[in-house]
Write a new protein. Structure first.
Length: 418
């Protein structure tokens, strides 16, 4: 029984081991399949997916991320890359990749630089470009390199070597970049006649872009990349490596040019100084004129001010004299009225004194009469009362009338007494 139990455990352990090995194998195979069949398209790259059996259609992965490749084959392309054509081994290839050119005057040079190209997002054109060139290395060599070389070679024929370094340095770059993006120019020949300083007549020929007689636009060769979505930018050309004779010509021309520029600058400086001196003289004249004008204006203003002050003072004196006259007239009238008032006052005072004397006399007479009446046993009340509100003259007349009546009464009484 023990032997049977041990055999059972051995078989059970062997089965578990086999199961573990199978599971690990499946995981390993699964990982291999995952990494073999699933691919990651990184940012900055496009992938071309080619059928494994060479049959079927190509497809492209234009977006970053993982995707199922299966048994198909992928080709990786950089979306944007800088192409170097330089003699410097640290720029691009370790070998000399500069482009040799010949200018319109026969001078030669080697041109180094770089240009950046970018593949567009048109999937169909990208697939067609891959089918044409098979990979990016072939595309660089057979398309980009040939197009850059042809462009630089033709652009050099459009100008003399000296001008490519001086007056047309920027133009060279512009023309070359235009041809990279739109097609190489078709050219024609034009003759130029020049007369040297020695009086020698020179006839030189140069190439110029041919233009459509109907539209006036530049005519071009068929663009080799017209069926593909490719764009060029950041086109940089370093100073060309001219041959010795051209460098000497450029140096001489630059020296002469610098001499001319210096002379022109000196002439312009002298002209500027002359203009400045003339301007300063005119300024001084104008300044003196306006200073004199200011003095004249000040004098006129002062004269007008003095005249106005004199007129104002004269007017004030006339007004004061008129006021004084009016004051004297009013004072005279006041004096007259004052005299009249004083005369009336004296008259009234005298009239009042006269009335007072009369009243006092009447009062005295009345009281004396009362006293006498009382002493004689008669009535103290007077038989006569004067009317109130009479003037002095009327009052005197009334008193005289009363006195006359009193005398008549007395005479009557005396006549009637037995």
């Amino acid at each position: 029984m023990m032997s049977s139990f041990g055999e059972s455990n051995t078989k059970k352990g062997t089965g578990q081991f086999r199961t573990l090995v199978a599971a690990l194998t499946l995981v390993f195979v699964g990982l291999i399949c995952y990494f073999a069949f699933w691919k990651n398209c990184e940012a900055g790259y496009y992938h071309i997916i080619e059928p494994i059996n060479g049959k079927g259609s190509y497809s492209a992965r234009m977006e970053p991320g993982r995707y199922l490749l299966g048994f198909d084959k992928k080709h990786e392309w950089e979306i944007s890359r800088t192409f170097w054509f330089s003699a410097d081994e640290t720029e691009g290839s370790p070998t000399d990749q500069s482009v040799g050119v010949r200018f319109s005057d026969g001078g030669t040079a080697k041109i180094s630089g770089s240009v950046r190209y970018t593949i567009g997002e048109d999937e169909d054109k990208f697939i067609a470009m891959h089918i044409e060139y098979r990979n990016q290395s072939n595309f660089l060599d057979r398309a980009i390199n040939q197009l850059v070389t042809e462009t630089l070679t033709l652009t050099a024929t459009l100008m003399p070597a000296e001008e490519s370094y001086t007056t047309h340095k920027a133009t060279f770059t512009q023309w070359a970049l235009d041809q990279l993006n739109n097609g190489v120019y078709l050219v024609t020949t034009k003759s130029d006649t020049t007369i040297t300083s020695d009086g020698e007549v020179r006839i030189t020929s140069r190439a110029i872009p041919r233009r459509d007689p109907r539209t006036g636009e530049i005519m071009r060769k068929e663009y080799s990349l017209k069926d593909f979505d490719v764009h060029f930018s950041q086109f940089v050309i370093q100073d060309p490596d001219y041959e010795t004779s051209i460098l000497a010509q450029i140096k001489t021309k630059l020296t002469n040019l610098m001499g001319k520029v210096a002379k022109i600058a000196e002439a312009e400086l002298a002209a500027a100084q002359e203009k400045q001196a003339k301007a300063e003289g005119e300024y001084n004249v104008v300044t003196a004129y306006y200073e004199q004008e200011v003095d004249n204006v000040v004098k006129i203003v002062e004269e007008e001010r003095d005249k106005t002050i004199a007129e104002t003072q004269s007017s004030q004196r006339r007004e004061v004299a008129a006021l004084d006259k009016k004051t004297a007239d009013w004072q005279k009238k006041a004096d007259i009225l004052s005299g009249q008032g004083q005369a009336e006052y004296k008259r009234l005072l005298q009239s009042a004194d006269s009335n007072l004397d009369i009243r006092l006399e009447m009062w005295l007479v009345s009281h004396q009469a009362r006293a006498a009446a009382i002493a004689n046993g008669q009535s103290p009340v007077p038989h006569t009362v004067l009317q109130q509100g009479l003037s002095t003259a009327d009052r005197n007349l009334e008193i005289m009338g009363v006195e006359a009546a009193r005398n008549l009464r007395k005479d009557h009484d005396d006549g009637s007494t037995p």
